[in-house]
Design a protein around this ligand. Structure first.
Ligand SMILES: NC(=O)c1ccc[n+]([C@@H]2O[C@H](COP(=O)([O-])OP(=O)(O)OC[C@H]3O[C@@H](n4cnc5c(N)ncnc54)[C@H](OP(=O)(O)O)[C@@H]3O)[C@@H](O)[C@H]2O)c1
Length: 272
């Protein structure tokens, strides 16, 4: 029997962001949120808010029908081994296992916990910490809409969600999981250049960040595609033209594509 309880195993950065989002949105009753972390102090702020701390991963799995595995990929085999007997005792339709680890596949989860169980994979990103995340989700074909909606709404508390196929899950890391890093790199390079030119770093950061936000809004809401928006900023022989020409000459596009491929390839290597 389903009871609507959400369980979190591994209360680090990501789980804390998701639980924090759930608490601020009020989407789920606080008493329906269960968790386990080896260092209990990481659960303290959530227990103070009314979430329930468990003493083991097995206990979370036993009590909850949606279980989020939020540990590092290298800890996954251990956690799967620990919860497997508890998962086996449940009816197949009474538990959904959600993994947020890069490279842990449905096959890995099915081999460890059973082929008949229900699984969701999620690829969130760090802006989730501020409720501005982007999470790609996929599910095994046996996950019904109602169960998937529950998982999706947990991530929707901290940003946008999109459903994709599992086959795209490694490639999407370059799109949203890892991409904050190259946006931060762009911010760093731009602000370092601004500093060399005598512009106050805080002033440069404010201008650059608003440019990223405004450009994102243009991409989402102007009805124009990226090329058309680039064309709007670029007049032949002008400053943007000069900027883009150097990027082209120095192989920026090829470097970006190679970096996306390396990111996807690394996720494939990380598969258990
Ligand atoms: N960070 C990102 O940008 C990002 C993006 C997408 C996906 N992810 C995925 O999210 C997952 C979690 O990442 P994170 O950044 O939140 O990591 P994290 O901050 O290191 O959190 C992992 C937590 O797992 C706990 N843990 C360790 N061993 C455990 C065990 N045997 N049973 C239960 N809990 C255990 C750790 O507790 P102790 O500290 O007490 O040992 C820690 O609090 C990873 O699989 C990662 O691939 C991360």
């Amino acid at each position: 029997m389903k009871n609507g309880k959400l369980g979190f195993i591994g209360i680090g950065n990501m789980a804390s962001a998701i639980i924090g989002g759930i608490l601020s949105s009020g989407t789920f009753p606080v008493g329906d949120i269960y968790m386990y972390n080896p260092h209990a102090e990481k659960m303290q702020r959530f227990t103070e808010s009314g979430c329930v701390a468990c003493t083991s991963a097995e206990e979370v799995t036993e009590l909850c029908d949606t279980v989020f595995l939020c540990v590092k990929p290298q800890i996954f085999p251990e956690v799967l081994r620990v919860i497997a007997p508890t998962v086996a005792k449940k009816n197949a339709d009474d538990v959904v296992i959600v993994s947020i680890a890069a490279g842990v596949t449905f096959k890995n989860l099915q081999d460890a916990l059973g082929a008949d169980r229900r699984y969701v994979r999620a690829m969130p990103n760090t802006p989730l910490l501020l409720g501005e995340g982007a999470t790609a989700l996929c599910r095994t074909s046996n996950v019904p809409e109602e169960d998937f909606a529950r998982v999706r709404s947990a991530f929707s508390c901290c940003g946008v969600t999109q459903e994709i196929d599992e086959a795209q899950m490694n490639a999407v890391i370059a799109v949203s999981g890892s991409s904050p890093a190259y946006l931060y790199l762009l911010a760093k390079l731009t602000c370092d250049y601004a500093a060399q030119q005598g512009i106050d770093p805080k002033t440069a950061l404010t201008l650059f960040c608003q440019t990223m936000k405004g450009s994102a809004d243009m991409l989402l809401n102007s009805g124009k595609d990226p090329q058309a928006l680039m064309d709007m900023v670029t007049s032949k022989g002008g400053t943007t033209f000069a900027l883009l020409n150097v990027l082209k000459e120095q192989g920026f596009n090829e470097a970006m594509i190679s970096s996306f491929e390396a990111c996807t390839h690394r996720a494939e290597e990380l598969s258990m």
